[in-house]
Design a binder for this molecule. Structure first.
Ligand code: FAD
Ligand code: SF4
Length: 403
């Protein structure tokens, strides 16, 4: 089959799936093989690593990983990718939900990116749908987990509906994934109404402006958020009520739950003294914001290596990687080649077989095979993996596609 015919066949397959299945639809890339030049830009751009090159052209090789960011389309230099919709009902990472966003567990709603669509507007609309249904049921207490666009909107909608609610957020700030966008990123959205008479009226906003809006609305409407509340488990009782277990805090009892956890999960912590200092971060948002700094990167995966290279490129930075193994793990071949060059040129140092034992304002202490060493330090970035949200959902009995 030539490229053109294969592309037509792909389109037909998708169209068939859409028309024959009643399942939820989600954004998916469709590659026009007659245009694709196989440059791999989309493969590199996809943050979920869902795209791959097959026989010299791009394909969605891991459909289950695709959450519809659409960055592959934007990265393609020859406009070979369009975003279309495909059936998600058999995806094992998409929970089964009814139109109000209620899961297979009664009174447990799942909204936003965790429900399958990676768009702020969708998270906002999902919040409206779930709270509209809860308003009819008038629960005594609604626990909203996550304070990204979905959870924040759900909090505002509960306030508008006069429902008693608590927003539980693991971080010390709200905004969710928006906080992880690069500095001054233009966020594409669509004019959308929010509860309590608020709205986003433009098509695009800078990241900082969007966060400013949420700050203003939260204080103006006194939205109740408990920061530093990481949810570790959700227990469903026989009477249908829930106990939400929090890390290091008293559990929360409620009779309805709105899960707005996103899909990024929770970063794994080192649990060492000083880890709560402001200079410690678990993602690198903007390498250019760090100059003339002594930086320690902890970890040996792709994210750690990419962050180290980006930071070493900035003026005056001294970058050291601490990794507990004696070689980098399963990193991409391209990253391995690049990091080898950086190490050879002395742009980055690695301390193999080491682990962080303590962090303070001006230094970090590492345990190494040669004994304990202390390095001067201004910034620490930890890339030790993370806990995905799915086990939490499965333990509560939520059913996923294909089950
Ligand atoms: C680089 C990038 C660019 C994007 N650009 C756009 C764009 O231009 N336009 C657009 O519409 N969308 C964009 N998106 C997608 C959009 O940001 C997300 O779809 C949206 O933020 C999802 O909102 P949410 O509320 O579902 O989840 P999130 O924003 O991910 O928020 C989830 C919240 O839950 C918290 N949480 C997670 N686990 C727990 C736990 N166990 N206990 C307590 N709290 C927890 C998290 O800390 C977080 O605050 C982009 C995404 C990325 C990664
Ligand atoms: S970016 Fe475009 S041309 Fe390059 S591999 Fe992807 S689809 Fe093909």
């Amino acid at each position: 089959m030539n490229k053109q015919n294969k592309s037509v066949q792909q389109t037909r397959n998708l169209a068939e799936t859409m028309s024959s299945s009643p399942g939820p639809l989600g954004d998916h890339p469709l590659v026009n093989l007659s245009l694709c030049i196989g440059c791999g830009s989309c493969v590199d751009a996809c943050p979920e690593h869902a795209m791959g090159l097959v026989e010299g052209h791009s394909e969605l090789i891991f459909p289950g990983k695709c959450v519809g960011h659409a960055v592959c389309r934007d990265a393609c230099p020859v406009e070979a990718i369009t975003i279309t919709q495909a059936d998600q009902s058999t995806r094992s990472d998409i929970p089964v939900l009814n139109p109000s966003k209620e899961s297979s567990v009664p009174n447990l709603f799942i909204i936003g990116e965790l429900a399958g669509q990676a768009l702020i507007r969708v998270a906002i609309n999902d919040a409206f749908k779930s709270v509209a249904e809860l308003k009819k049921r008038n629960p005594k207490h609604v626990a909203i987990i996550g304070a990204g666009p979905g959870g924040m909107t759900a909090g505002m909608a509960c306030k508008e509906a006069n429902l008693t609610y608590t927003v539980l957020e693991q971080n010390e700030h709200f905004g969710g994934t928006i906080n992880h966008y690069p500095r001054r990123k233009l966020v594409m959205t669509a004019p959308v109404e929010l509860p309590l008479g608020e709205k986003l009226s433009k098509l695009e906003y800078r990241k900082e402006k969007l966060l400013e809006f949420w700050t203003e609305w939260t204080s103006k409407h006194n939205i109740q958020i408990q920061f530093g509340s990481k949810v570790n488990a959700i227990q469903v009782h026989e009477d249908g009520s829930f106990t939400i277990t929090l890390e290091g805090k008293e559990p929360v009892q409620c009779d309805a739950v709105i899960l707005a956890l996103g899909r990024r999960g929770s970063p794994r912590k080192l649990n060492v003294p000083g880890e709560n200092l402001e200079k410690v971060a678990y993602t690198l948002i903007d390498a250019a914001a760090f100059k003339k700094s002594k930086v320690l990167i902890v970890g040996g995966g792709d994210s750690a290596v990419e962050a180290a290279m980006a930071l070493s490129f900035q003026e005056g930075n001294e970058v050291t990687i601490s990794y507990r193994q004696d070689a980098f793990g399963r990193i991409k071949a391209r990253n391995q080649e690049r990091i080898d060059q950086y190490l050879k040129k002395g742009k980055i140092k690695v301390i193999w077989n080491s682990s962080v034992t303590e962090i303070d304002e001006t230094s970090v202490t590492l345990s190494t095979p040669e004994g304990s060493i202390t390095l001067k330090n201004d910034e620490v970035f930890i890339f030790a993996g993370g806990e995905l949200p799915f086990p939490l959902l499965k333990s509560a009995g939520v059913k996923f596609g294909g089950e």
